[in-house]
Write a protein that binds this ligand. Structure first.
Ligand code: NAP
Length: 476
C-alpha cells in the first residue's frame, strides 16, 4: 500500500520501502511542511537497479504496456485536482498553471500509449544495391535497456511523465530520481502506475542526495540511457562522465521573441505578458528577451506594461494568483542581484524590480547591455528585457546571441519574415504568432547548442529509448 501524501516511501521492486531516514519537503511560498519522503542513498539505488534488471527479464507485450499507460491517463484524470494541488504545494506553482500541468501529463500518457501500440522498425530496400539482391531485411525496435531518469523541480509531474511513460511504451524499466524539492508529484505518479497494474520493478523511484544517487546511475553498466532534464551545467557534466551510455539532455534557454511592427501588437502583448511571468518565469521556455521593431516599440510597451502590472502576485494556492514565489530565497536574491548588475550598467526598470512581501514582482527591464546576465544567461525568474531593433537580420542576430537554443518566437503578419525567422533562428523550435513558451506534449521538443541534444515527446523519446536491430534473410 502506498504511504500517505504526507509521508511517502520509495518504490523499489514493487515495494514501498523505508530506510529510517526522511527528508522534509517544504513550501517555497511560506516554508510550511508539505510532506516527508524516505531518503535513499547508493544502496537503495543499486537495489532499484537490481529490480529494474529482473523486471526486464520478463518483457510486457506492447498491448499490455499500452493498456497500463491508458489506465494511468484515466486515473490521473480522476485525480487531476490532487495532482495539481501536490504540484502547487511543493513547487510553489500557482494553481492555474498546476492544473494545466496535470492535464498535460494526462496527454503525455495518452500519447505514450499510442506509441506503444505502433512501435515498429523499418523495411530495408535490399535490392537497391547489387549486394542486397536476393535478400529481405527489416529492423526491429528493441528496448535499449534500463533507463535512468533525472527530473527537475519546475514541472514535477509532466516532465516525470515525459520520461517514464515513453520508457514503458518502449519496453524499458526505469530508475527515477526526481528533484529533491519536488518528489511528491513523482511518487504520486508512481502510485498511479502501480494502481494501473504495472508489474514490480518496471518503475523504481529513489529520492535523496543527487551526488550519491547520480554516481550509481552514471557508474552502473546496467543503465543504458540517462534521460536528464535540468540545468546545462549538471547535464553536460553527466554526459561527459557517462561516455558509454546514451545521455539525453533537455536543458535551459534564455528564450527570445521578436515582435515586428506589422504584428498584431495587442495579441502579442497579451501572450507575452502571460508567458514571461507564468510560474514566476521558471519554465525553460519562459519569455525572457523581447526584441521589438523600433517603429512599434512605444505602442507595444503601452499594451504590454499594463498587462504585466495587472498580474496577481501572491499565494500559489489561490486560484486567482498568476505569479508566485521563485523556488528558493537564494534564487530570488540571485535574480535581484542580476537586476542590480543590469541597472548599474545603464538598464532601466520599467516595471517591478522590487519585492512584494517576500515575492519578486514581475520585472521588465529596458536598455540592458547585451552582455549583462539578464540578456545572455537563463534568468529563471519573473523577468524579461525589452530591446528595440531596426532590421529583422539584427533581431535574429540578437536572438541567436546566447549559448542556448531551445525555442524562440516571432510575431509578424508577413509570411516572408516568419519563414526567414524559422530558417535563421538557431533553436530547436520556432513559434510564429505564439509565445515560444508554447508546448503541446506530442511535439518534438528539445534544443540545440547548450540547450540539449535530444527531442522529447513520446514519439521521439520512444525512438531514443529503443535500438534498431537489423534482421537479414537470405531468400534463395
Ligand atoms: P538542476 O539543479 O540541474 O537539477 C535537475 C535534476 O538533476 C534534479 O533532480 C537534481 O537533483 C539532479 N542533479 C543535480 N546534481 C546532480 C548530479 N551530480 N548527478 C545527478 N543528478 C543531479 O535543475 P533544476 O534547478 O531542478 O531545474 C531547472 C533547470 O532545468 C533550468 O535550467 C531549466 O531551463 C531546465 N529545464 C529544462 C527543460 C527542457 O525540457 N529543456 C524543462 C524544464 C527545466 P536535486 O534536486 O536533488 O539537486
Amino acid at each position: 500500500m502506498a504511504a500517505t501524501a504526507t509521508g511517502r516511501k520509495l518504490l523499489i521492486g514493487g515495494d514501498w520501502v523505508e530506510t529510517g531516514e526522511w527528508t522534509e519537503v517544504r513550501s517555497p511560498y511560506d516554508g510550511s511542511l508539505i510532506g516527508r519522503v524516505v531518503k535513499a542513498g547508493a544502496g537503495e539505488t543499486r537495489n532499484a537497479l537490481d529490480a529494474a534488471e529482473s523486471a526486464m527479464r520478463e518483457p510486457i507485450p506492447a498491448h499490455e504496456r499500452a493498456a497500463i499507460l491508458d489506465r494511468v491517463a484515466a486515473l490521473l484524470s480522476e485525480r487531476a485536482d490532487e495532482a495539481a494541488r501536490t504540484i502547487s504545494a511543493e513547487a510553489g506553482k500557482p494553481m492555474k498553471a498546476a492544473r494545466v500541468e496535470a492535464a498535460r501529463a494526462v496527454s503525455t500518457y495518452t500519447m505514450a500509449a499510442v506509441e506503444a501500440r505502433k512501435l515498429v522498425g523499418d523495411a530495408v530496400p535490399m535490392d537497391a544495391s547489387p549486394a542486397g539482391v536476393g535478400k529481405l531485411a527489416f529492423t526491429l525496435r528493441v528496448p535499449i535497456g534500463i533507463v535512468a531518469a533525472i527530473s527537475p523541480f519546475n514541472f514535477p509531474l509532466n516532465l516525470v511523465a515525459h520520461k517514464i511513460a515513453p520508457a514503458l511504451a518502449a519496453g524499458c524499466s526505469v530508475v527515477l530520481k526526481p528533484a529533491s524539492q519536488t518528489p511528491l508529484s513523482a511518487l504520486l505518479l508512481a502510485e498511479l502506475e502501480t494502481e494501473a497494474g504495472l508489474p514490480a520493478g518496471w518503475l523504481n523511484v529513489v529520492c535523496g542526495p543527487a551526488g550519491d544517487i547520480g554516481d550509481v546511475l552514471v557508474d552502473d553498466e546496467r543503465v543504458k540511457l540517462i534521460t536528464f532534464t535540468g540545468s546545462s551545467s549538471v547535464g553536460w557534466r553527466l554526459r561527459e562522465r557517462a561516455a558509454r551510455k546514451r545521455v539525453n539532455l533537455e536543458l535551459g534557454n534564455a528564450t527570445p521573441v521578436i515582435v515586428a511592427a506589422d504584428a498584431d501588437l495587442e495579441d502579442a502583448a497579451g501572450r507575452l505578458a502571460a508567458n514571461a511571468f507564468s510560474f514566476a518565469g521558471q519554465s525553460c521556455i519562459s519569455v525572457q528577451r523581447v526584441y521589438v521593431e523600433r517603429d512599434a516599440y512605444d505602442s507595444f510597451l503601452e499594451r504590454f506594461l499594463p498587462r504585466v502590472e495587472a498580474l496577481q502576485v501572491g499565494d500559489p494556492a489561490d486560484e486567482g494568483t498568476d505569479v508566485g514565489p521563485v523556488i528558493a530565497e537564494s534564487e530570488r536574491d540571485r535574480v535581484l542581484s542580476w537586476i542590480d548588475d543590469a541597472t548599474s550598467r545603464g538598464a532601466r526598470v520599467l516595471s517591478g524590480g522590487m519585492l512584494d512581501g517576500e515575492l519578486l514582482r514581475p520585472t521588465v527591464i529596458a536598455d540592458a547591455p547585451r552582455d549583462a546576465k539578464v540578456s545572455s544567461e537563463e534568468v529563471f525568474g519573473p523577468l524579461c528585457t525589452i530591446t528595440p531593433y531596426d532590421t529583422l537580420d539584427e533581431a535574429i542576430a540578437l536572438a541567436n546571441s546566447t549559448r542556448y537554443g531551445l525555442q524562440a518566437g516571432i510575431f509578424t503578419s508577413d509570411v516572408k519574415s516568419a519563414l526567414q525567422a524559422a530558417s535563421d533562428l538557431e533553436f530547436g523550435g520556432v513559434t510564429v504568432n505564439e509565445a515560444p513558451t508554447f508546448r503541446a506534449d506530442q511535439m518534438p521538443y528539445g534544443g540545440v547548442k547548450d540547450s540539449g541534444n535530444t527531442r522529447e515527446g513520446p514519439a521521439y523519446a520512444v525512438r531514443e529509448m529503443t535500438e534498431q536491430r537489423l534482421v537479414v534473410l537470405q531468400l534463395r
